[in-house]
Design a protein. Sequence first.
Length: 414
Amino acid sequence: MTMSLNTQILIAAILGVAFGFLLNQFPDTQFLDGSIYTLSIASSIFIGLLKMLLVPLIFSSILVGVSNLEAGSQLSRVWKITLACCVTTTTLALILGLASTHFFHVGQGVDIDLFKDAMSQHKSPDSLTPSSFLTNFIQNTLINPFKAFSDGNVLAVVLFALLLGLALVQGGERFNSIKQLARQFFDIMMMLVGWVMKVAPIGIFALMAKLIATEDISILSRLAEFAIVVTGTTIFHGVVVLPLLLWIFGKMDPITFFKGTRAALITAFATSSSSATMPLSLKCTQENLGVRPQIAGFVVPFGSQLNMDGTALYEAAAALFIANLMGLELSITQQIIVCLTAMIASLGAPGIPSAGMVTMIMVLQSVGLPAEAIAILLPIDRILDTVRTVVNVQGDMMISVVVDRHTRDMESSS
Ligand code: ASP
């Protein structure tokens, strides 16, 4: 009998916690030192593999997402409205994520030193003012893409991927083979992520055991608090914010929307994958919500790749939570940086289970937090992924309705 990856991860986390408690019974022994050493190697391999995939994954995901667009004036209107909706809903999600973490003081009051080594190199970008941020931004993003790739400069890679994607769209049929190459490269990256996730149970076992053996276990209750706050906030975004926007801008009542999209939402919950749910989202949007096929056919696939409110909300809240756990207070500028990177990270996350975890690394690093900190979040990630994927998928279908409505209005008034 083969166990699903979900179950394996859960069992690994429980065994890791148990092993960590066992290690606590042998303070100052060679057994403890040897075990911590082995656990550190295993966890570094896992985190290293995730870091290795980050840049090529984000690059190919954005390239494929943008190159699915089609040129033409009608479509240019469609994608302008789509983009405006995506940016608006994601921004609201980010604000909600930060605000709720602040409001509930999630993670405050403990000062863990699990990441002491990583944090010893921590450079706080406190002196960053908005104008120096802009200068930094320009200097760091408009650079040779090959340098950006080798330096792991995600922002520059994202910008290059966006430009390249737009050029592919403009070029049309001429660049079909490159489009196909990009698609295949993306598929290969997804395959590699799948392989890394196969060793996730070992990585999670090692990370949890090390966490318990070297840390104050009060962190577990903080983690539960964080899970509750993030899930509650994500549900609020899905049940209040998005339906309100749908009602105002799409002139559709939420009941009709939820009834029509129920199948897709449940599938998103069960699969934790916007991509896997996409065919069903498309069907629900066209057949049950009455969105014209040419609109749904563009907005839903585009959104399933690039529009992820739930992921953005989660990543912003998680970065703040980690900073709180470490007793660091992020300045306003740093929080803006977190929001911008979380937005980009949600763009770059493909619609597969736990993809947000890979791109989470860039959000943490943007404000000098160690990538290793995702160790704390990984054990609860698969549970949180269910709800955030529902909201990701909901956003795509909701935006389709709004775009459909507005392009109909424009057509009838022109
Ligand atoms: N699982 C999410 C999705 O498919 C992505 C994520 O991990 O946040 O939408």
